[in-house]
Design a protein around this ligand. Structure first.
Ligand SMILES: Cc1cc2nc3c(=O)[nH]c(=O)nc-3n(C[C@H](O)[C@H](O)[C@H](O)COP(=O)(O)OP(=O)(O)OC[C@H]3O[C@@H](n4cnc5c(N)ncnc54)[C@H](O)[C@@H]3O)c2cc1C
Length: 502
């Protein structure tokens, strides 16, 4: 509950700045304020939500540790925090979620191959300092604006609709700011996508998919339901044939072939998966691997449809050629682009609207601001290409920047506006290690070419699936989650997937 404690600390003080945590007195204000009794009355709770302005985390003083503020707890932000030295910096993280999601295994949680907690890594475990060091915090909030002149970010608390407290705003001063805000799912402005489709990006999306899938399976068994309605309810449509869409389709077909046939035998002939893609599936993979994936998915019963979605209604999709595709579950996975917030920031922009960075991952024209992961891209002036939106890019940028910031901190450049004369050393270099994707039925693709045009090893089949699983098991951040993942895989293999709708 460290994050909750942290939030309370920010919430109620009437003093201009929060005092850093103190071992003897961790709460620098009266106990009544701890529970929001003074500023938040019961009347306020019944009224429409209002955003209160509260106190701030002020600038650090000379002699104090400089403060790194990290926006986001994704691959980039989490890897950065893991590498930052808490003896050099106070680390303050702001994010609407208190965990990092191990996205490559997220699709497996939608059908119960893995449990949700196996892919969620709490930030306090990634960087323990934020739970215990005085001056280091995690705030469950979103950043709403950045003032690069004053070195301040404005944030607003997240209450997820739970009216324990009204949301409030606060400011945090930074010595170094790392923007690691990720990206948003692209909908290409297609009407109805946001209202009717589920995106697969967060753990709560996977939970929604699993609940809906199991609900539809159970509803389709109820007496009185027409054949046509049964087929619609059990039609799972995936839009987007990239690695995520393909992996999810493969997981669904495994679930149908192994678990639905056994445990929902009455409706097993009604459930189908359709994967809609405008071009070829897995377009970044070697042509031989693409063909293999197409054959494998077709063999597992996934219907591949080449088409472009024009409109999404509550129970059917309309394609550009007028074809109507009724569905019971619709999952949207058509790539990512900069979020509305990232687009709104008055910072230099790279092609495609990401935050522009130089070779050292700095945002030029402003002091002490860095951007990493899916939200950032090399500026055209660097002569480098914008890197793909991949975990391996985000993770390596996080690692590089942590080392760079530690070096800056130890050479006296940690405080705001103090790093101008520091030697930054080698710039960030990215070397692509290859791509992997599972296609279901214990089969996967491993493409070790460094680029689409390059030469290199590419494999498909059971051995690749073994490499895929081993590689991801070793990449899982903590031993705790590695253990969970291994146990979940073993349990699923022996007893089948969990089909309880909790
Ligand atoms: C299902 C799925 C499977 C994937 N599989 C692979 C794979 O196999 N291999 C691979 O290389 N890549 C994969 N990816 C891509 C990879 O996950 C992303 O490239 C990676 O997550 C990018 O990391 P990031 O830190 O930039 O952004 P994210 O991981 O998206 O994190 C962004 C963070 O910013 C936070 N945030 C957003 N707005 C705000 C705000 N206003 N204020 C504060 N915080 C905010 C978010 O809550 C989140 O914590 C997959 C992605 C998905 C969705």
């Amino acid at each position: 509950m460290a994050w909750f404690r942290n939030l309370i600390q920010v919430s109620a003080t009437t003093k201009p700045f929060i005092k850093p945590r103190n071992k003897k007195n961790p709460f620098p204000f009266p106990i009544t304020q701890l529970f929001g009794l003074a500023p938040f009355s019961s009347e306020a709770i019944n009224e429409a939500p209002q955003v209160n302005e509260c106190s701030n985390l002020g600038p650090t003083k000379p002699g104090e540790k400089p403060r790194v503020v990290v926006l986001g707890t994704g691959w980039a932000g989490s890897r950065l925090m893991k590498g930052l030295d808490p003896k050099i910096y106070d680390i303050v993280c702001v994010s609407p979620r208190n965990h990092m999601v191990f996205t490559p295994l997220l699709a497996s949680t939608c059908v119960g191959t893995l449990e949700f907690r196996s892919v969620a890594e709490p930030v306090g475990r990634i960087q323990p300092a934020i739970s215990k060091e005085p001056g280091s915090y995690f705030f469950l909030s979103k950043c709403t604006s950045i003032d690069t002149d004053d070195h301040v970010v404005q944030c607003e608390t997240i209450t997820d609709g739970v009216r324990t407290l009204d949301p409030w705003k606060f400011k945090i001063s930074y010595d170094k700011l790392v923007i690691a805000l990720g990206a948003e799912a692209l909908t290409f402005g297609i009407h109805g996508v946001k209202d009717n489709a589920i995106f697969l990006r967060e753990v709560h999306h996977a939970q929604e998919i699993r609940r809906k899938l199991l609900l539809n399976l159970m509803l389709s068994d109820v007496p009185g339901i027409s054949e046509e309605e049964k087929s619609r309810l059990l039609h799972c449509v995936v839009v987007g044939g990239g690695p995520t869409g393909v992996e999810f389709s493969g997981e669904l077909s495994d679930f149908i072939m192994k678990d639905v046939r056994l445990r929902y035998a009455h409706v097993k002939d009604y459930i189908h998966v359709t994967l809609i893609e405008a071009n070829e599936i897995l377009s970044s993979f070697d042509v031989r691997l693409r063909r293999y994936a197409t054959n494998q998915l077709t063999k597992s019963g996934v219907r591949l449809v080449r088409g472009t979605v024009k409109d999404v209604k509550a129970q059917k999709i309309i394609l550009n050629d007028g074809t109507e595709v009724p569905y019971g579950l619709l999952v949207w996975s058509t790539g990512v682009g900069p979020s509305t917030f990232v687009k709104s920031l008055e910072l230099p922009k790279a092609p495609a609207g990401r935050i522009g960075i130089d070779e050292w991952l700095r945002v030029p024209s402003v002091q002490d601001v860095y951007a990493i992961g899916d939200c950032s891209g090399f500026l055209e002036s660097t002569g480098k290409q914008v890197l793909p939106a991949l975990a391996q890019v985000a993770e390596r940028q996080g690692k590089y920047l942590a080392e760079l910031l530690n070096k800056i901190g130890t050479t006296g450049g940690g405080h705001a506006n103090c790093a101008q004369d520091i030697d930054y050393g080698n710039p960030f270099e990215y070397r692509h290690l290859g791509s992997m994707a599972s296609v279901g039925s214990y089969k996967a693709l491993v493409d070790l070419r460094q680029s689409k045009e390059g030469k290199g090893l590419s494999l498909a089949g059971f051995f690749s699936w073994f490499i895929w699983r081993s590689a991801y098991l070793t990449r899982v951040v903590s031993w705790r989650n590695r253990f969970y993942v291994a146990i979940n895989w073993a349990t699923t293999f022996v007893f089948g997937r969990d089909i309880s709708r909790i």
